[in-house]
Write a new protein. Structure first.
Length: 305
């Protein structure tokens, strides 16, 4: 059961500013809300069992796909278990819109669903509020996402590179027309070659014809350029076992400027799925390769620089 938390405002009297209560959220699951641009937005926070309020703790934002919300993303990704194992806080924001069509304003036509929210501002305020109730390691704030949530991660990497240390995109490509980060941002991208929703080799999927984006290769090449990675220094390895149903390969580009890497994990024959989890959307999933393990290994290597 989720615990509703009210975040108190700060004092504006002559006294010293009220210090954040970083023990306000204990281990477990919590439901929080905030208001931005006249909208009430909600997000779930999972605090790991080993959380120490005296110690700055990494945070992973997990952004859902269309027709999902934060609670569904928690079940879909299974990140709570990884959070407890590794000791990071995981946050599941919910997109805007009317259920079941919650979405992220990731660009590329996603801003055409009614009055588009400023989701970059929402994530910024969420992080501000979160720092008032848990001890956030500001050098280790990361974002991962599925499908439209992955597209939003690419937008955060471009527009919040001063706060987001690295991103992991699963089954979603760049949707914004231009990416202009203030600093290099390490990127790891997962994609199935048989993804029908966000196809591997074309820029338009089957969800809606007016939605635009780049191909997987276009997204990877964009961040190779932005991170100043040397394409000739790429390393390729096979993550799957010979008897696995789906072959999974990993290609690492870099490191580039400030050590920023770009990594592409390809699931040959994989669909619109989260590797390591049972199929939930469409197509086959690589059950013996864990996206959660690979994402956290990648994030651990890349604090904010």
């Amino acid at each position: 059961m989720f615990l509703s938390v009210l975040i108190a405002g700060r004092s504006f009297g002559d006294d010293k500013p009220e210090q954040p209560d970083r023990s306000a959220l204990g281990a477990g699951d919590h439901e929080l809300t905030l208001t931005i641009d006249g909208r009430e937005r909600d997000y779930l926070v999972h605090v790991p069992e080993k959380y120490d309020p005296q110690k700055p703790t990494p945070v992973v934002l997990a952004l859902h796909g269309v027709t999902m919300d934060g609670s569904i993303m928690a079940r879909f990704s299974g990140l709570n278990s990884k959070s407890d194992e590794a000791g990071f806080i995981v946050v599941y924001p919910s997109g805007a819109g009317k259920k079941p069509l919650l979405y992220w304003n990731a660009g590329g036509g996603w801003d055409g669903f009614g009055k588009a929210p400023d989701d970059v501002a929402f994530i910024g305020k969420l992080l501000d509020d979160l720092a008032g109730v848990v001890n956030v390691d500001q050098k280790r704030v990361y974002a991962c996402g599925m499908s439209n949530g992955a597209m939003m991660c690419y937008r955060l990497a471009s527009e919040m590179s001063d706060r987001i240390a690295a991103i992991a995109a699963v089954a979603g490509t760049i949707a914004i027309p231009e990416s202009d980060p203030k600093r290099p941002v390490p990127v790891i991208h997962f994609h199935g070659t048989n993804d029908k929703m966000v196809p591997f080799e074309t820029a338009e999927g089957k969800f809606r014809s007016s939605l635009r984006g780049t191909t997987v290769d276009g997204s990877i090449q964009t961040w190779i350029r932005l991170n100043a990675c040397d394409c000739d220094s790429k390393a390729i390895d096979v993550l799957s076992k010979p008897d696995d149903e789906l072959k999974v390969t990993r290609t690492c580009y870099g490191p580039g400027k400030n050590g920023a890497e770009v990594v592409l994990v390809v699931v040959e024959g994989g669909g619109h799925t989260w590797p390591g989890r049972k199929p939930r959307f469409r197509g086959k999933s690589a059950l013996n390769v864990s996206a959660n393990d690979l994402i956290w290994q990648f994030f651990e290597k890349h604090p904010l620089k």
